[in-house]
Design a protein around this ligand. Structure first.
Ligand code: PGA
Length: 252
């Protein structure tokens, strides 16, 4: 059975370290029991150093929700991939739609992706259409977004990149995208990746789906959507929902 990747994007939750530690402990205990699933938790920055003990890392990878494109310098308020790597962070979400809607362009995303790779850690690059039209123009827009966001990735590093396909309209929504449509979109994304990296390298890139995942719909999305894993928002801070999700996904 192929190992699946489940990324928990906690966003700006929870508000206390006590609560965060409680959720993390539950996830870590569950993750230790999984055979076919790698769990990566992306908490808010202040909690990261509390979670990156070497023991925890064996069962749960720690990711960040963003990082800056420079290694160090006069950039007030920013955090560099090198600092995160030094703490023990293995993954960084880049270009989440909530950041893109706050003004982050494809060009900025591309620079961040490059700097995360240079630090030797994995970028989780979020892409996805804002809306769908009946003429399929959203496919062209998605293609451009993927190509621009990955513009600074050398072909040989394709295997280090994780793509999180998150149709913006399915984030924070009631329902995720239909699994059969997710499968179509995964095929489309892999074709775009093949254009960029070549067929062989493209197959090494991990493709996740994200948007309104919960413990009920997760197994079906993995099997019928044919993705390598999931990027989970709200449900990742909902214990026991997330525990159920991990259990269910591990056996599909
Ligand atoms: P959601 O968020 O699971 O709460 O829809 C997903 C995301 O924004 O990554």
């Amino acid at each position: 059975m192929k190992r699946k990747i489940i990324v928990g994007n906690w966003k700006m939750n929870p508000t206390t370290l006590e609560e965060a530690s409680h959720i993390f402990k539950k996830v870590k205990n569950m993750a230790q029991k999984l055979n076919y699933t790698h769990v990566i938790i992306c908490p808010p920055f202040p909690y990261i150093s509390k979670f990156v003990s070497s023991k925890a890392k064996i069962s749960v990878g720690i990711g960040a929700q963003d990082a800056f494109s420079e290694e160090s310098g006069s950039f007030t308020g920013e955090v560099s991939p090198a600092m995160l790597r030094d703490l023990g962070v293995s993954h960084v979400i880049v270009g989440h739609s909530e950041r893109r809607s706050a003004g982050e362009s494809d060009e900025v995303v591309a620079k961040k992706v490059q700097s995360v790779l240079e630090a030797g850690i994995h970028p989780i690059v979020c892409v996805g259409e804002k809306e769908r039209d009946s003429h399929g123009l959203y496919l062209d827009a998605l293609k451009v977004q993927i190509k621009n966001s990955l513009a600074k990735v050398p072909k040989k590093l394709a295997s280090q990149v994780i793509i999180a396909y998150e149709p913006v309209w399915a984030i924070d929504a009631k329902e995720p995208m239909e699994p059969s449509v997710i499968e179509e979109m995964t095929i489309f994304i892999r074709k775009v990746l093949a254009d960029i990296f070549g067929q062989e390298n493209a197959l090494k890139t991990t493709v996740l789906y994200g948007g309104s995942i919960n413990f009920r719909n997760a197994p079906d999305i993995i099997t019928r959507g044919k993705v390598d894993g999931l990027l989970v928002g709200r449900e990742s801070v909902n214990i026991p929902g997330f525990i159920e999700l991990l259990k269910a996904v591990d056996v599909v």
